[in-house]
Design a protein around this ligand. Structure first.
Ligand code: ADP
Ligand code: MG
Ligand code: ZN
Length: 632
């Protein structure tokens, strides 16, 4: 059916193009590109190399371009007259060789064939129109598909996905198993009077496997799977989205038992009245229709609606009411164990060096989502292949990880020595400051190889997955972030824009401490910041839930906090000036430095030159709690 649509669409386009060219051809017959007098002038100036006259059109080849072209055409009002008038000139020019060749082709008589093309086109157009009208009745026509749901039947790429393909995510799978069970044998549940959820919302950050899980449910249950993306409902034409929703549910009911999967539902499900200008716009109609449909079908019909979003906070509350998406499954970034399993899944079919320790990789990738991990292995494989190695090793993984964290290395980018030195001082400043801060995560690597948008980088990776931060930790993060700018201030004597991202992050942290987490005495334990998205037309007036006076106090406290951090950072770096300079020298020579080398240098030890840099250092497999748990 999809094929038929494309074919008829292409046919339609072809007809359109033909019609268009025919019509324009008709008009161009009356067009005159150059005035007659100028045409004659061209001949008199001996510009014409050769020409041909056919019907009433003369086509000239010129020595010097006219209007930028050496071949031009023009209409002749009276070709015979032209021939007579020019005869002498043409003869003499032909003789002298100025005119290389010319020809007057016999004038064509009107023939019945002239009518064939237009008639054919009109015929095709008529047939097409007729087809369109018929199509309205049997729903097969591309022009009629505006109001149809652009669903993908079955799994998009044809590959059947099951729970086995989803690594980690055990709780999520368990919850979804119920749905699978119901779809397989609905009677078991309905007989006992159990109420099966209508709609199920998968909530979680991008790349955590929401789409994958939904596909796995369909694969496990072996039922029809209608998937559509929320943005497919969003059309410019009023009413189209709503009719697509209606169509989608109709299709599903016919196919029951079936799963409807609406990916990225936030595109349609935004809070009503939140669009630009508010009011009853297209999106609102679509959302209303969705609500109606979800209410409308009974529980026994065997249709379950799954939806995925990473912004549940902006969904219209009506969507989350009982009877609609009354169940939410949170899909989060995986923990160490989940990461290792995901890595194992994606390592299948890739040739890994024996020394690759996926456990170690899993430990070092705290915060990575399933998509990130899959991407990591893929990038590593690409790197190995590019270097003509048959297997991928830890080095590839390390390079791939840096690429993902900070964008690909731009080794080709040329840097002046001065630039490099400023960058080295900046990064060394971060590293030394972090080193001297008791709660700061250890430095893993310092580099002045430009990556992505940044000139250099200092990596510190948290040892654990903990996301809870204390006031001290947050404050010391700020000090560490300012390290780059302070070092420039102290040792370059001038400051650069390279620190703008650091300053942004430091300011945000300080603002969070003061106004979100109640970590500042003057403002008390009150949260003034609101996480919600600002919508023009709805929340614009009331985003600020505090007075001007409080706003002023927040600004003052933020500034105070940053100033304090800046002063402390300056103190640290001044005291460690020699060490910082040693780091800079090393960086200028080697471009990057491992956390270990850096620590050695700070301790005053001699550097171990041989050890290769790796982001995985410090995450080696060692007997740990998780391991011993596994053994039991
Ligand atoms: P989301 O829809 O949450 O943004 P996807 O389901 O599209 O994320 O996941 C993107 C890719 O990441 C998947 O195609 C898969 O390759 C990988 N992935 C994510 N989570 C997992 C997981 N738990 N197990 C295996 N692969 C995963
Ligand atoms: Mg998705
Ligand atoms: Zn910086």
């Amino acid at each position: 059916m999809k094929n038929r649509r494309t074919i008829s669409l292409i046919l339609y386009l072809v007809v359109l193009v033909l019609l268009f060219s025919w019509v324009t051809g008709m008009f161009s017959r009356n067009a005159n590109t150059i005035p007659y007098s100028q045409l004659v002038e061209l001949f008199q100036e001996e510009q014409v190399k050769r020409f041909v006259v056919k019907d009433d059109t003369i086509t000239l080849e010129l020595r010097v371009p006219y209007n930028g072209k050496t071949t031009i055409s023009s209409k002749l009002a009276n070709p015979q007259g032209f021939r007579l008038e020019m005869k002498d000139l043409l003869d003499s020019q032909r003789e002298s060789g100025v005119l290389e060749a010319y020809d007057f082709l016999p004038e064509r008589q009107f023939s019945p064939y002239d009518l064939v093309m237009p008639l054919l086109l009109v015929g095709i157009a008529l047939i097409f129109l007729w087809g369109m009208l018929m199509g309205r009745m049997n729903n097969n026509n591309p022009l009629n598909s505006f109001g149809k749901a652009r669903t993908v039947l079955g799994v998009p790429d044809g590959k059947k996905v099951t729970f086995a393909d989803v690594a980690g995510a055990d709780e999520e799978k368990q919850e979804l198993q119920e749905i699978v069970d119901f779809l397989r044998s609905p009677a078991k549940y309905t007989d006992i009077g159990a109420r099966i959820p209508h709609g199920l919302l998968l909530v979680g950050p991008p790349g955590t496997g929401k789409t994958l899980l939904a596909r796995a449910v369909a694969g496990e249950a072996d039922v029809q799977f209608l998937s559509i993306s929320g943005s497919d409902f969003v059309e410019m034409y009023v009413g189209v989205g709503a009719s697509r929703v209606r169509d989608l549910f109709e299709q599903a009911k016919k196919m029951a038992p079936a799963i409807i999967f609406i990916d990225e539902i936030d595109a349609v499900g935004r809070k009503r009245g939140s669009g630009l200008g508010g009011g009853h716009d297209e999106k609102e109609q679509t959302l209303n229709q969705l609500l109606v449909e979800m209410d409308g079908f009974g529980r026994t019909e065997g249709v379950i609606v799954l939806a995925a979003t990473n912004r549940p906070d902006i969904l219209d509350p009506a969507l989350l009411r009982p009877g609609r998406f009354d169940r939410q499954i949170h899909v989060g970034a995986p923990d160490v164990k989940g990461r290792e399993e995901i890595l194992k899944v994606h390592a299948k079919g890739k040739r890994l060096d024996g020394a690759v320790d996926l456990k170690q990789v899993a430990r070092a990738t705290s915060g990575f989502t399933g998509a990130d991990l899959s991407n990591l292995l893929n990038e590593a494989a690409i790197l190995a292949a590019r270097n003509n190695r048959p297997v991928l090793n830890m080095e590839d993984l390390n390079e791939a990880m840096m690429k993902i964290v900070a964008g690909p290395a731009k080794k080709s980018r040329v840097h002046t020595r001065k630039d490099l030195k400023t960058t080295a001082i900046h990064e060394a400043g971060h590293a030394v400051a972090m080193y001297r801060l008791p709660t700061h995560d250890p430095v893993r690597q310092i580099s002045i190889v430009p990556r992505g948008n940044s000139l250099g980088a200092t990596w510190y990776l948290p040892k654990d997955d903990s996301s809870n931060m204390t006031r001290n930790e947050m404050y010391e993060q700020i000090v560490g972030l300012l390290g780059g700018r302070v070092a420039e201030d102290l040792f370059v004597g001038d400051i650069s824009v390279g620190a703008s991202n650091d300053i942004d992050r430091a300011t945000k942290l300080a603002k969070d401490m003061v106004a979100r987490y109640g970590m500042c005495e003057r403002l008390g334990t009150v949260s003034y910041l609101d996480d919600g998205e600002v919508f023009i037309g709805r929340d614009y007036q009331n985003t600020k839930s505090y007075s001007e006076k409080v706003a002023g106090a927040i600004d003052e406290e933020v500034k105070k906090l940053i100033d304090k951090a800046y002063a402390q950072c300056k103190e640290i770096l001044s005291a460690d000036g020699d060490k910082l300079k040693a780091v800079v020298d090393y960086l200028l020579e080697h471009e990057s430095m491992t956390g270990e080398q850096f620590a050695d240098l700070m301790e005053g030890k001699t550097l171990s030159e041989t050890s290769a840099t790796s982001l995985f250092d410090g995450f080696e497999t060692e007997p740990s709690e998780t391991d011993s748990q596994e053994e039991i």
